[in-house]
Write a protein that binds this ligand. Structure first.
Ligand code: SF4
Length: 196
């Protein structure tokens, strides 16, 4: 991937008016991280903090994500973080099918340019979209989190590794341990595909 390609993709997202979410946004949020990226983390959609700042996972869930990454020896600048939708749905409602259809080509372009080894869908919504895209039959996030699924991306083999969304800790504190365990397993998988 060239810097020009990365910039062009970001510019396309920042100026996008393909769906109704462009009308209410402050900023589109393309995502950020190294290019290419070994690990691609994908959330659902920007929230209030992300819409305001233009940065992914900028609020409370982002602070939790930073701690989870630090717990396995990773910093944010070692992973690429984005979301299925690049603009905030009103009042953080669930994304609609036509919004996903409009926005999904940007994620596809990001995957093609970043060429990740591991894609980590965060939360039920992202997991459903990404597992579906790769034709991997998967159940509910409560059943599939913390498990690797092998898939074939256009750039080669990829591991899909769904985890709970970091915000689950604020909505459902008992799931904190499951989320931490998901990240411990992510570390094991990273070590297994690239031994220290
Ligand atoms: S959500 Fe995606 S498709 Fe809709 S306006 Fe934003 S960038 Fe464009």
């Amino acid at each position: 991937m060239t810097d020009e390609e990365a910039r062009a993709l970001n510019d396309d997202i920042l100026s996008c008016t393909r769906c109704r979410l462009s009308l209410g946004r402050t900023h589109a949020v393309p995502g950020e991280g190294p290019v290419p990226a070994r690990i691609l983390l994908v959330g659902e959609a920007p929230g209030e903090s992300e819409d305001r700042s233009g940065r992914p996972f900028a609020g409370r869930a982002g602070a939790i994500l930073n701690r989870l990454l630090a717990s396995i020896g990773l910093s944010r600048n070692e992973v690429f973080i984005t979301s299925i939708l690049k603009c905030r749905p009103p009042k953080n409602r669930d994304p609609k099918g036509d919004e996903i259809a409009s926005c999904k080509p940007y994620l596809d372009r990001q995957i093609a340019l970043l060429r990740p080894c591991i894609i980590v869908p965060m939360g039920r919504f992202s997991a459903a979209v990404i597992m579906g895209q790769f034709g991997v039959a998967a159940g509910r996030i409560s059943e599939i989190h913390g498990q690797p699924f092998r898939a074939e991306a256009p750039h080669g083999p990829v591991i899909l590794f769904p985890v709970y969304h970091p915000a689950v800790v604020t909505h459902n504190p008992p799931l904190r341990g499951d989320l931490e365990e998901d990240f411990r397993r992510l570390k094991e998988i990273l070590e297994s595909i690239s031994p220290a």
